[in-house]
Design a protein around this ligand. Structure first.
Ligand SMILES: [Zn+2]
Length: 80
């Protein structure tokens, strides 16, 4: 079966889910890394499997080092 092109583009290669950045954006949910990247003036990732640039990786690393053990799991629980 063939999907429509528009749907295909919206589907994240990770398969989607609660911590999927594409799914979360689609639902209007808060995406922590988007916030961090925008704040730092960096582009946001297209989907979960988009490789992080060095700058993006550093921002996430800094966040982990400042107390986040597992970014993705903490995102779901943190209400900020
Ligand atoms: Zn995803």
């Amino acid at each position: 079966m063939k999907r429509k092109r528009a749907e295909e583009e919206e589907l994240c290669p990770c398969g989607g889910g609660q911590s999927c950045i594409v799914d979360r954006r689609k639902l209007g949910d808060w995406v922590h890394e988007d916030d961090l990247f925008k704040e730092a003036g960096l582009p946001i990732r297209k989907n979960c499997l988009t490789p992080l640039t060095k700058k993006q990786q550093k921002i996430l690393d800094d966040m982990v080092n400042s107390g986040f053990e597992s970014i993705e799991y903490r995102w779901k629980n943190d209400t900020y």
